[in-house]
Design a protein around this ligand. Sequence first.
Ligand code: ADP
Ligand code: MG
Length: 341
Amino acid sequence: DPQLNQNYSFENFIEGDCNRLARSAGFAVAGKPGGTSFNPLMLYGGVGLGKTHLAQAIGNEIKRSHPDKLVIYVSCEKFCQQFVDSLKNNTINDFVNFYQAMDVIIMDDVHNFAGKEKTQDIFFHIFNHLHQSGKQVILTSDKPPKDLAGLEERLLSRFKWGLSADLQVPDLETRMAILKMKMYTDGIELPGEVIEYVAHNIDNNVRELEGAMVSLLAQSTLNKKEIDLALAKSMLKNFIKNTSKEISMEYIQKLVCEYFEVPVEMVKSKTRKREIVQARQISMYLSKSHTKTSLKSIGAFFGGRDHSTVIYACQTVEDLIDTDKKFKAYVQDIQKKLKMS
Ligand code: ADP
Ligand code: MG
């Protein structure tokens, strides 16, 4: 199938906590397309976190284990373009029939449906037809269905029928494993400390991680030099922000207060107003995780409190991150800003 890219497989999709559910759901779907409750299977997550890779791997695996099944991979953008073309050429029926004849449809980046009502209508009908016939639908998106703005409610409600599984930023261990696998498949070797350095410092997404390695290799080939840690550090200057600058508690406090629009002085005061307490607790939590300051010093900085207050604050924040999605999004937002500085 020309739409599927053979380079994307389950074997070269490294498993980690960041993708375990999505990966295993994908594998289950590939083993029994249309025959699980994961229909549609919706994979969502930010840029460069492996949505296309995993969706393609599912398609390739279905082709391998069910060679007779018709599998189509199409980006949402391409689907929209094809629809417009078919309107122009009076070939809507062919367009719809083509997709309705599939056993498996993989549509990448469905957030791109936003605002395109007519294309959504057509896809709604194709979706219903396939779903009712026990065919498999696999979707990817940059957000979970509930947060997809600009999509019709009836389409979104379908998207919520099956399973939505997210892809998160890989942790350090997974990033190292991805780099090692890349080295292995490309037949190259880099010193362990270089791999560690890259994995440590490039922690936004997998595409950037790969980009850094490619850039490293290209420069070493051009300069005919072996890559050691010192060379890697100087070569990756442009990739790595914030290597030397340390994050301070002052800075965390400023960022948090700006974010929640509370006056900086209030955080250090005795006030127990809800939004101030929240800003204070998040500041303590971020100080613990992003600076090397002791709990005692953190407590002292935020208005002369003792270390047990800091422990309590961190615990409260962690609990809220686990239970309150909105709160979690706030903290992640602030963390992103911290890292960009
Ligand atoms: P997205 O579609 O979410 O933007 P991609 O699927 O294009 O991201 O992934 C970006 C790059 O990272 C690709 O080269 C992909 O092969 C690689 N990648 C992402 N996640 C993994 C993983 N878990 N294991 C190995 N490679 C990965
Ligand atoms: Mg993609």
